[in-house]
Design a protein around this ligand. Structure first.
Ligand code: ADP
Ligand code: ASP
Ligand code: MG
Length: 418
C-alpha cells in the first residue's frame, strides 16, 4: 500500500469535536495500510479573524507589511496541525505536527500570495518510515532566507497537491463541507448537481472564475503533475474509496460532453468606467501600464468608440480590494490619458458559464444573453474564451441569474438539495 495525502478544510476542523472526527478518518486510512500525510487548514473563521487583526494595525500595502501579515495569518494552521496530532496520539497512533518551515516547504517571497519553489521530503519520509503520521500545517511556507509566507486564501489545497506531487502520493483527497464539485455553488442553487468527474481544464476555469471549492493554483498543479485529486465530504462517514465525491480527470476521460458543465460566480470584482477618453494610439497602454506597475490585476475590459471616433469610453474591472488604489492611479498618474469623468461600482458580480463542450457547440453565449434578457438583467461587460463566457451584472441580480442559467442549460437536478 502506498502513500496518500488527506487535506481537511476549515469547517472540517472547526472545533475539537470535528478534529477528533478527522482523527478517525486518518486512522482508518492508516489501518487500511497506507502511509498518511495530512494537510490541515485553520479552524473555520480563524484566518478571517487574523486577517482582521492585521488590517486593524496596518493598511498592508507594503511588501514588508505583507511579510509580517504572513507571520500572523499562518499561525491558524499551526494550531490545527498540533491539535490533530494530539487527537491521533489519543487514538494510540504515532503522529507529529509539522510547520512549513520545518519540512521545509520553500516558497518565493511574494508575501500573502507566495508560490512554492521546492519541498524537502527527507525529514517527513524518515518520520513516515518510523510509523508516524505527518500532520502538516497547510497554507504556509518559508522563503530561502527564513521568512514565513502564505500561499493566498484557500492555499491549503495547493499545499496538499504540491505535497502529493513531491511525495509521489497515490491519491490526494480534499475533504470539505460539500460532498463534491457541483454544477454551481450548492449553497445558492439548491438544484445544483454533483459532478462525479470534471476535467482539469474545466475545474481550472471554475476555480479561477470564483468557485472557491478548490484554489486555482492547486488545480493547475494537479493538472501539470497528474495528481489524482478527489473532492469529498468529511461529514460522510463511509471510507474514502467508497464515497462518491468528484474526481479530477483528463478531458478525454469524459465520454459525454455537455455544452455547459458548470456555472461560477464571483463577487470579488469592481467596475471602473472612464468616459470620453481621447482616442489615439497608446491610450490603453497609458491607462493599464500604471495599474500593472502597481500590481493591480485587470480582468474584463470593454472599449466603445464614440460617434465620430474622436473619443472612447473604457470600462474595466479590478479586484474589489484594489478598487481604491486603482481609482487613485487613474486620477493622479500623469501617464493616464485625458478623460471627462470616472465612475466606479463595487456592487457588481461576474457570472460565467463553463464547458469544454463549448468548443463544438455553437450558441452557448447567445443562450446566456437571451436567458438574462428574459429576466430583465442588464449585462455590463462580456468576456469570452474557448471554454467559457463571462458577464458582469448588477450584484443584486446574481442569485436570480445563476438559477435562471442553471435551468436554461438543463443542469437542474430532479430534487433540491437541502
Ligand atoms: P474548505 O474550508 O474545506 O477549504 P471552502 O469553503 O474553501 O472549504 O470550499 C467549499 C465551499 O465551496 C462550499 O461550501 C461551497 O459553498 C463552495 N462552492 C462554490 N462553488 C462550488 C461548486 N461548484 N461545487 C461545490 N462547492 C462550491
Ligand atoms: N486558512 C486559509 C484560508 O482561510 C487557507 C485555507 O483554508 O486553505 O484562506
Ligand atoms: Mg478552501
Amino acid at each position: 500500500m502506498g502513500l496518500i495525502v488527506q487535506k481537511f478544510g476549515g469547517t472540517s476542523v472547526a472545533d475539537t469535536d470535528r478534529i477528533r472526527h478527522v482523527a478517525t478518518l486518518v486512522k482508518r486510512e492508516q489501518e487500511a495500510g497506507h502511509r498518511v500525510i495530512v494537510v490541515v487548514s485553520a479552524m473555520a473563521g480563524v484566518t478571517n479573524q487574523l486577517v482582521g487583526y492585521c488590517s486593524a494595525m496596518n493598511p498592508l500595502v507594503t511588501d514588508e507589511a505583507r511579510a509580517n501579515y504572513d507571520h500572523v495569518v499562518a499561525s491558524g494552521e499551526q494550531v490545527t496541525s498540533g491539535l490533530l496530532a494530539l487527537g491521533l496520539q489519543q487514538l494510540g497512533l504515532k503522529a507529529r505536527a509539522w510547520c512549513g518551515w520545518q519540512m521545509p516547504l520553500v516558497s518565493d517571497a511574494m508575501h500573502s500570495k507566495a508560490r512554492i519553489d521546492r519541498i524537502a521530503t527527507e525529514a517527513i519520509t524518515a518520520s513516515l518510515a518510523a510509523g508516524e503520521i505527518a500532520v502538516v500545517a497547510g497554507f504556509q511556507g518559508v522563503t530561502g532566507d527564513g521568512r514565513i509566507t502564505t500561499l493566498g486564501r484557500g492555499g491549503s489545497d495547493t499545499s496538499a497537491v504540491e505535497i502529493a506531487a513531491a511525495f509521489g502520493a497515490e491519491r490526494c483527497d480534499i475533504y470539505t463541507d460539500v460532498d463534491g464539485v457541483y454544477t454551481c455553488d450548492p449553497r445558492i442553487v439548491k438544484r445544483a448537481k454533483k459532478l462525479h468527474r470534471i476535467s482539469y481544464e474545466e475545474m481550472l476555469e471554475m476555480a479561477s472564475l470564483g468557485s472557491k471549492v478548490l484554489q486555482t493554483r492547486s488545480v493547475e498543479l494537479a493538472m501539470n503533475y497528474g495528481v489524482k485529486v478527489q473532492v469529498l465530504s468529511s461529514f460522510d462517514d463511509r471510507p474514502a474509496d467508497s464515497i462518491p465525491g468528484t474526481l479530477l480527470v483528463d478531458e478525454e476521460e469524459i465520454v459525454e460532453q455537455q455544452r455547459v458543465t458548470g456555472i461560477a460566480y464571483s463577487r470579488d470584482e469592481a467596475r471602473i468606467t472612464l468616459t470620453n477618453v481621447e482616442n489615439r494610439p497608446g491610450v490603453s497602454a497609458g491607462l493599464f501600464g500604471p495599474l500593472a506597475d502597481a500590481g493591480i490585476n485587470v480582468d474584463m475590459i470593454v472599449q466603445n468608440v464614440t460617434e465620430g471616433g474622436k473619443e472612447t469610453d473604457i470600462t474595466f474591472t479590478v479586484g474589489k480590494t484594489d478598487l481604491a488604489r486603482a481609482l487613485e492611479i487613474v486620477k493622479t498618474d500623469k501617464r493616464v490619458p485625458n478623460y471627462d469623468r470616472v465612475h466606479s461600482d463595487a456592487a457588481v458580480a461576474k457570472v460565467s458559464v463553463i464547458g469544454v463542450g463549448m468548443r463544438s457547440h455553437a450558441g452557448v453565449a447567445a443562450e446566456m444573453f437571451r436567458t438574462l434578457a428574459d429576466k430583465n438583467i442588464n449585462i455590463i461587460v462580456i468576456s469570452t474564451s474557448e471554454i467559457k463566457t463571462s458577464v458582469l451584472i448588477d450584484e443584486s441580480y446574481l442569485e436570480l441569474a445563476l438559477r435562471a442559467l442553471h435551468t436554461a442549460y438543463g443542469l437542474d437536478a430532479e430534487e433540491e438539495k437541502n
